[in-house]
Design a protein. Sequence first.
Lengths: 97, 479
Amino acid sequence: MSKIGVTEVERVAKLARIGLSPEEAAQLSVELGHIVGFVEQLAQVDIEGVLPTDQVTGLVDVWREDIVMPSLAREQLLANAPHQQDGYIVVKRVLNG
Amino acid sequence: MVDLKRPIAELVADVLAGQLTAIQLTATSLEQIAATQQYHAILELNPNAMRDAENVDARVAAGETLPLAGIPFIAKDNFLTASTHTTAASNILKPFIAPYEGPAILRLKAAGAVLVAKANMDAFGHGGSTENSDFGPTKNAHDATRVPGGSSGGSTTAVSLGQACFAVGTDTGGSIRQPSSLSGVVGLKVTYGLVPRSGVVAMASSTDTIGPITNCVADAGVVLDVLAGKDASDSTSIDRDTKSYSAPAASIKGLKIGLIKEYLIQGLDPDVKAKLLSFVEQLKAQGALIEEVSIPATIRALAAYYILVPAEISSNLARYDGVRFGHSSTKATNLEETYRLSRDEGFGAEAKRRILIGTYVLSSGYYDAYYKRAQKVRTKLIDEFTQAFKKFDFLIGPTAPTPAFPLGSKSGDPLAMYLEDVMTVAVSLVGSPALVVPIAVVQKKLPIGLQIIGPQRSERALLQTGMAIETLAGDWQAA
């Protein structure tokens, strides 16, 4: 039984900026339902008083020197941009109209 | 023809002595890739390979003592390399040519290794069979009707076929170990941070690691010696061992080894189990002190992994926006559509599943129930492994529940494919190193590898023990 309805799939897809066809959304509703159904077993684990882990090797934040380091040239970084003009990346307008 | 399966140290000695050249080795590698191309291990050849080999020969002639002089290698296609495309086997990165290379590739090249090709993989590292490649699956070197495992399946098939002397792969939840087991090669997943991750397409930043895939354990030590150590470009990288990782074999006698009990029951193939237990008896006969150990949280590790890792994937894959690099939809009429359509057209089904799962578990109202809870289960897992390492030098178990399975047999069921990772993900969440060494075949030809797990930063001892285990396994293809 699917626990994630098509509306929920569409809500999450919107957050993730992935366009989905109605067929894809229907299939994902079933597949994501299975996966979420599987991971829900963690509700059975006793985690009382346990702290969350973000990082496993015990490193702590350190300062680095505030000095200018070499970086890649603008042309190199722009070379992969699908659309560009005068040294800038070109994007579609934000709003139609 | 040179035998590329000879130990790397021997080949390097021959190159430095002038008895072999980088050009000869590289030419052999390219010939072998061409002769076995039907396995589809390779996505793209390095067009500069022969010229790079020439440069290495010139450096050797000038007296440089290079630790990997003239050794041809293959990089999984999620390593940024300047002279080829870097696609991570995904359509969304199909046009991408990297503007820089990271420490792993730079260190290998500086050491005299020659990049010959980029290997196939499950797109972005998402999968356990290499069938999730957007460019078609790779076949198993031991049976072309079966998968090589994944996600580094192109790399393990390539090494198994002798297409190069070694490959560099990545392991986030088992992506070096499981295909090494299924393909009959040696694979090392390092302590988190030991090899800097900069210059590799990110999957899950808290468990991504880089490691060697080789023909023998000694080769893994030689390559790790070049790869390991902190770099300013990855703030999570750690210091390497002050001693060499390329050290002589240790004795098995007196070693305290824990056999992880939970891995012997979770759907383990009976043939795999029988061969594993028979090998455990051989280890005992050599004087190893082996007993079963229970690590209960491993039962929940897969569920925790499939919350934490998709969460990190959804963040890391947000950068594919159709604007700065990669595929950009031609149908978009505004910026929002550029994002949505480029991502819909460019990502395969598994990348979409993982992005959506990750977005779901991180979204408002679900974060505490899924993500934060999984982070706490991760802590429990770490505590249990820490306890186990107080009693044992190493932990062992199978690497994967099954030998190589037929192409197509699991690709329709995402959850069945996730279960391939059931014996590898705990180590990833804990950040420990683990070495896979082939020990036997089942069904007369399908390799299986033993997974040997050590405490964090124990690679040197792990490799030394691995060498002894490899010697004991001997002619494993007959076992």
